[in-house]
Write a protein that binds this ligand. Structure first.
Ligand SMILES: NC(=O)c1ccc[n+]([C@@H]2O[C@H](COP(=O)([O-])OP(=O)(O)OC[C@H]3O[C@@H](n4cnc5c(N)ncnc54)[C@H](OP(=O)(O)O)[C@@H]3O)[C@@H](O)[C@H]2O)c1
Length: 303
């Protein structure tokens, strides 16, 4: 599967028309437990955001449904007015019920309303990148609006100047192809050394020269604990010892080596973990490391 894996890493890559540092930050972990409700320590959450930007992060991933209505507010409170060059990527197409379950809400009218909510909460006139979050994988039994109609609605908002760029999230190969044809500049799907099911989509991104932004890059905090699983893996640990790196750092370095337009958004509410994740750029895996890491047993977390 690693036929085209690169062993060199560059510090930046393109996200549509922007050039960003390849190690960004995912803000989902800043909400309360299970991404539901406010965090116990909002000041810590804001300190993490400020530390990320002060350390050179110029790509932050968020969503109105983180909380919901919590994480975007934390980002605005911590970082507005935003520094020049900071790319805020958000997503639309989903909702939360009163118990925190993730539900599809992707009718064109929903998408337009969610774009307006994001504009208001982030306090921007135009959203840099809006990912259309599909639910075809989480809820294959639930009918979703036609992807073409959803993309057309987002492109209308782009024409109106409310969105700069669009992307696609949680879609399968066919959906990603449709989204690319409609102008998507990147794909945000689950992908990690533990979950390589979307290898074909990474290759599709390579063919089109667009970004792949893996979520759950450490294998996810949900359903089995990716970081713990990584820390227990003998192959990951062997490579870690060689590079004086933690298991999480090896997993992130593997992603950087997988594709030159792989942009990382590891999530953490810890400044120590954030620093650890940002330091991954120093690690260059060689062919022997990558062959060893091919042995890591795949694991797909429960949703
Ligand atoms: N499009 C979508 O549907 C979708 C879905 C999920 C996530 N996302 C986005 O993707 C981002 C990344 O996903 P994620 O945050 O769920 O998954 P992840 O990065 O795979 O895992 C996050 C977990 O790893 C821990 N962690 C982070 N850095 C660590 C380190 N250096 N050592 C040990 N543990 C570490 C975090 O805990 P601590 O807080 O203790 O560090 C947290 O429990 C999210 O923040 C979100 O922006 C998008």
């Amino acid at each position: 599967m690693t036929s085209e894996t690169s062993t060199t890493t560059s510090a930046t890559a393109n996200l549509g028309r922007f050039t960003v540092n390849r190690i960004g930050y995912g803000a989902m972990q800043l909400a309360g437990p299970n991404v539901f409700g406010p965090p116990a320590d909002p000041e810590n959450a804001k300190a993490v955001l400020r530390h990320a930007v002060d350390s050179g992060v110029d790509h932050i991933d968020t969503a109105q449904i983180y909380g919901p209505d919590v994480v975007n507010d934390l980002i605005r409170e911590a970082l507005h007015p935003y520094p020049e060059g900071l790319v805020l990527a958000t997503k639309v197409g989903g909702a939360r019920d009163e118990r925190g379950a993730w539900l599809p809400a992707g009718d064109p009218a929903d998408l337009k309303r969610q774009v307006e909510e994001n504009l208001r909460s982030l306090q921007v006139e135009r959203l840099d990148l809006v990912n259309l979050r599909r639910f075809e994988r989480d809820h294959p039994d639930v009918a979703e609006p036609a992807l073409e109609d959803q993309l057309a609605a987002l492109n209308e908002l782009r024409d109106e100047g409310k969105i700069d760029m669009i992307g696609i999230s949680n879609a399968g190969l066919a959906g990603v192809r449709t989204a690319i044809a409609a102008g998507a500049v990147g794909v945000q799907n689950a992908f990690s050394i533990l979950d390589r099911a979307d290898d074909d989509i990474v290759e599709l991104c390579r063919e089109h020269g667009i970004a792949f932004v893996p979520f759950f890059p450490l294998g996810s905090a949900f359903g089995g604990g990716g970081p713990n699983r990584l820390a227990a893996d003998e192959h990951v640990n062997a490579v870690g010892r060689k590079h004086d790196a933690t298991a999480s750092q090896v997993a992130l370095a593997w992603l950087l080596a997988r594709y030159e337009r792989m942009l990382l958004i590891p999530g953490t509410a810890s400044i120590a973990h954030l620093d650890e994740n940002l330091a991954v750029g120093r690690i260059t895996l060689d062919a022997e490391d990558l062959a060893r890491l091919d042995e890591v047993e795949p694991f797909t977390p429960a949703a």
